[in-house]
Design a protein around this ligand. Structure first.
Ligand SMILES: NC(=O)c1ccc[n+]([C@@H]2O[C@H](COP(=O)([O-])OP(=O)(O)OC[C@H]3O[C@@H](n4cnc5c(N)ncnc54)[C@H](O)[C@@H]3O)[C@@H](O)[C@H]2O)c1
Length: 270
């Protein structure tokens, strides 16, 4: 269902790799709500992903950028304003990658150049995106910036590895930059802490199937899907949430507030 919530709004969506990506679903929903945007992803993802199909479907242009490169980000932001004909109203940072996870290195056996690369891609890139936007004065007043995170930033999920530390940093950057963006430019900055979701990045986490089934049983409303996340993000980009900023917003069907569910009790009472 569409309500024209984003009619006339312009932005950048990072991180749509394939149709399972949270950013892919978000792009479709933003389009349905009347928003226009530039799609961006790492140059390598252009070859791996199906982003061209999404661009055609949503009438968008693609501007590649490695989110760790300040030069790429500055060029992307300038180009996006040119394509869209003015300043931006929304930005989605939907980017994550851990080299330690990819290479199967345990948390107690990290290779630190892997750790540094994963941190740069998954966490510092959010600061870089916002610093580029801030310096270029690229956001309209009452604009909205959202990044995606996971509850491993607050609680231990052993196989989430160094991504837990990256997410804690990402959430902190949202608060810190949110202060300055709010004060100086009336722009809000939030993170959405999403349920486990079957995407390329999600399924890279060891034991993902057990993990997602457990979360499903623990959440009174069940896990939030990628489409649910897209809907929530639309609300945060809309004018209906103008005073929500510097928050880490749990979007997880109630998982984060549940100690134990009846299903889990029943399982262990057998
Ligand atoms: N899937 C889950 O279970 C889950 C849960 C909570 C939060 N998240 C977060 O949601 C976000 C999106 O992930 P997803 O699950 O949709 O998976 P995904 O694999 O579809 O998306 C991750 C994206 O990051 C991009 N990326 C990697 N390195 C990059 C770089 N250097 N520059 C620019 N882009 C780069 C990839 O190309 C890809 O498009 C991530 O931040 C992830 O941590 C995912």
């Amino acid at each position: 269902m569409a309500y024209d919530l984003l009619k006339g709004k312009k932005g950048i969506i990072f991180g749509a790799l394939d149709e399972n990506s949270i950013a892919w679903k978000t792009a479709e929903s933003v389009h349905a709500e009347g928003g226009t945007f530039v799609l961006s992803n790492a140059p390598i993802a252009m070859r791996m992903g199906q982003i061209k199909d999404l661009a055609a479907k949503t009438g968008s242009q693609i501007v590649p950028a490695d989110a760790t490169s300040e030069d790429d980000l500055n060029a992307l932001i300038a180009k996006s304003m040119e394509i869209l004909g003015g300043k931006l109203d929304f930005v989605l940072h939907s980017i994550g990658m851990s080299v330690n996870v990819r290479k199967g290195r345990h948390y107690t056996d990290e290779k630190y150049d892997f750790t540094a690369k994963g941190w740069d891609v998954s966490a510092l890139s959010f600061h870089k995106v916002m610093q580029s936007l801030y310096k270029a004065d690229a956001m309209n007043e009452w604009g909205s910036i959202v990044a995606l995170t996971y509850m491993a930033a607050q609680r231990v999920f052993p196989d989430y590895n160094d991504m837990a530390d990256n997410k804690a940093y990402l959430e902190s950057v949202a608060r810190s930059f949110g202060y300055f963006f709010g004060k100086e430019k009336k722009v809000r900055v939030n993170t959405i802490s999403q349920s486990p979701t079957p995407t390329t990045a999600g399924q890279g986490v060891k034991g993902f199937d057990g993990f997602i089934s457990y979360a499903e049983k623990m959440s009174p409303l069940g896990n939030a899907t990628a489409q649910d996340c897209a809907d929530y993000t639309v609300s945060l980009f809309s004018d209906l949430t103008r005073k929500v900023t510097m928050q880490n917003l749990f979007h997880d069907g109630g998982f984060s507030s549940t100690g134990v569910s009846q299903e889990v009790i029943d399982y262990f009472s057998k």
